[in-house]
Write a protein that binds this ligand. Structure first.
Ligand SMILES: Cc1cc2nc3c(=O)[nH]c(=O)nc-3n(C[C@H](O)[C@H](O)[C@H](O)COP(=O)(O)O)c2cc1C
Length: 226
């Protein structure tokens, strides 16, 4: 390691009482467990500041070599959201009805009741498109390497979802395939690829969601204790 480049500062960290740790953890878990993917939004506006908070939360994420290989594009302009919906529906129609999706994939999606129509892309007051930076591009145009891009951007998106949920808003992890149209509509550079498209807003008062459950802790974890 190049010692001269490593100039650490003391960690800022508050050690909590065990009771408080437990209470905080349980409170967060309780709210996370209530999160659902929402596909039916109310048109009510959401202040830009709340979206900024969610993006700022995402931007705290750990990332390979601290490269932060992500870019968030927040859109409330109705001309642009209409354009995104039209393009997304064209791709999704191919997926659901044009033979692009394998039969097994469509079967896996059947309990979710999803289809090619995506009215929420215009109803939700915000669309937040997340791009991953497959390589870095400095202002002078030189290329740099990013590390663990998918893991890093995935973690950032998880924090974004958690923040949205924590603030009392809802979102959907939407991945219309392929998503290249987002790069074009939003004018993103050649080092970026669309990763996830998040509509964000309040759920419609009549919103319904698939009746699904989560696996038990015992099914998703193994323990080797001392
Ligand atoms: C990477 C990823 C991609 C997804 N893509 C879509 C999508 O394109 N359309 C959709 O309606 N739901 C999509 N989902 C949402 C899942 O269907 C949803 O998370 C899952 O059914 C569990 O429901 P819950 O989020 O309410 O717990 C996606 C989720 C993830 C994590």
């Amino acid at each position: 390691m190049n010692g001269s480049m490593y100039q650490p500062v003391p960690l800022s960290f508050e050690r909590l009482e065990e009771e408080e740790m437990n209470a905080r953890g349980r409170a967060l878990l309780d709210r996370l467990a209530r999160r659902r993917s929402v596909r039916d939004f109310a048109p009510d506006p959401v202040p830009r500041e709340l979206i900024e908070i969610a993006v700022a939360a995402a931007n705290t994420a750990p990332s390979g070599a601290n490269r932060q290989p992500w870019h968030f594009v927040a859109v409330s302009d109705p001309d642009i959201t209409a354009e995104i919906r039209t393009a997304a529906e064209a791709e999704e129609r191919e997926f659901y009805e044009g033979g692009r999706a394998a039969e097994a994939w469509l079967e896996a999606l059947a309990p979710l009741g999803t289809g090619w129509q995506k009215p929420f892309l215009e109803t939700a007051p915000w669309l937040v498109a997340v791009f991953k930076q497959i390589f870095a591009r400095a202002e002078d145009g030189t290329k740099g390497t990013n590390y663990y891009v998918n893991e890093s951007v995935g973690i950032a998106c998880g924090l974004f979802i958690a923040a949205v949920n924590e603030m009392g808003l809802a979102t959907l992890t939407h991945t219309p395939q392929p998503m290249r149209f987002l790069s074009q509509i939003l004018g993103r550079p050649d080092n970026e690829r669309p990763f996830i498209l998040f509509p964000v807003g309040y759920p419609h008062p009549d919103c319904q969601v698939p009746d699904i459950t989560k696996k038990d802790l015992s099914a998703v974890s193994s323990w080797f204790e001392k």
